[in-house]
Design a protein around this ligand. Structure first.
Ligand SMILES: Nc1ncnc2c1ncn2[C@@H]1O[C@H](COP(=O)(O)OP(=O)(O)OP(=O)(O)O)[C@@H](O)[C@H]1O
Length: 289
């Protein structure tokens, strides 16, 4: 059975090494949803991760530990490898022929690059939301239910769809139009629909790649509020170009700089108030980037 099932009220985890390889019983993790409690467990641990696109190195020896039920922001100038790192966590880089990943990347105690890891099972535990809202050309209901179907999730879809839309703070706005197209929603609503789709299989980690950069300030603010709510139950890892946003919503901040180096990682307050190097300070204060 999956590591989800090993959780206890104390927030401890009893993962097995077979977590990702054998997890098929998602209903069990749905049941465990309410049992989740905030903790400081490490959920994602990178050890000496290097990524290359053909011969070009995009990430250089990245090691860090991302805590459970927190928002961790990845910031840094364009091209420094933030999205590449995010895609290592759910093995989306597998889909890029030129990409090669070296090193170890653990989801709890399991290296997601082990041969026996099923990337589909991994992506059920590590959901993703992209920069541009990308609902399917289907109804609001089907957008959420279709994700469940393709991931082979069993359960009462009506219930899961409603619950997911509620968790994405969208239910009240769409409950009377569930069978209308998701594409007719506003950009901000579409992004919340994509968040509902990502959380429907009840992942442990949600990756967000600049989820608000295509949205206006009001829609952005709603997404930021939502991220804070989601972190009560999920581990959220967000790439953002917006340093104020990182400072507002994240607990931890990782600063990447050109060359794919992780130059600072720590509590967000510390990173912003007291950066440990001139390079980071220059970036944070807008001297470059
Ligand atoms: N599919 C790809 N094929 C080849 N090179 C790539 C690919 N994706 C990214 N790269 C290169 O890897 C490096 C890191 O890119 P990545 O998109 O991860 O950076 P980023 O920090 O997320 O950038 P941005 O903030 O502009 O989105 C860049 O030099 C980029 O050109």
């Amino acid at each position: 059975m999956s590591g989800d099932d090993g959780r206890t009220d104390g927030g401890t985890v009893d993962p097995t090494d077979d977590d990702l390889a054998i997890q098929t019983d998602v209903s069990a993790s749905v049941q465990s949803r309410d049992q989740r409690v905030a903790s400081t467990e490490t959920v994602v641990r990178a050890e000496n991760v290097n990524v290359f696109y053909n011969d070009a190195q995009a990430l250089n020896d990245i090691s860090l530990e991302i805590p459970e039920n927190r928002v961790t922001a990845m910031i840094g100038p364009s091209g420094c490898g933030k999205s590449t790192f995010l895609r290592c966590i759910n093995r989306m880089n597998d889909l890029i022929a030129a990409a090669r990943v070296e090193g170890n990347l653990f989801l709890r105690n399991k290296n997601v690059y082990d041969d026996d890891v099923d990337p589909v099972a991994l992506r059920r535990r590590v959901g993703m939301v992209f920069q541009t809202p990308n609902p399917f050309p289907k109804s609001i209901y089907e957008n959420v239910a279709y994700g469940l179907e393709i991931q082979g999730v069993d359960g009462d879809y009506d219930e899961i769809v409603e619950e997911s839309l509620r968790r994405a703070a969208l239910w009240d706005e769409v409950k009377d139009q569930l069978h209308e197209s998701g594409l007719d929603l506003s950009g901000g609503q579409q992004q919340r629909l994509c968040i509902a789709r990502a959380i429907a299989p009840d992942p442990e980690v949600i990756l967000m790649d600049e989820p608000a950069s295509a949205l206006d300030p009001v829609a952005t603010s709603k997404i930021e509020d939502l991220i804070a709510d989601l972190a009560e139950e999920y581990t959220v890892i967000i790439v953002t170009h917006n340093m104020q946003q990182a400072a507002r919503i994240s607990d931890k901040t990782a600063v990447f700089l050109t060359g794919g180096e992780l130059v600072e990682f720590g509590d967000t307050d510390e990173v912003f108030k007291n950066p440990s190097s001139d390079r980071v300070e220059d970036y944070i204060t807008g001297k470059f980037g």
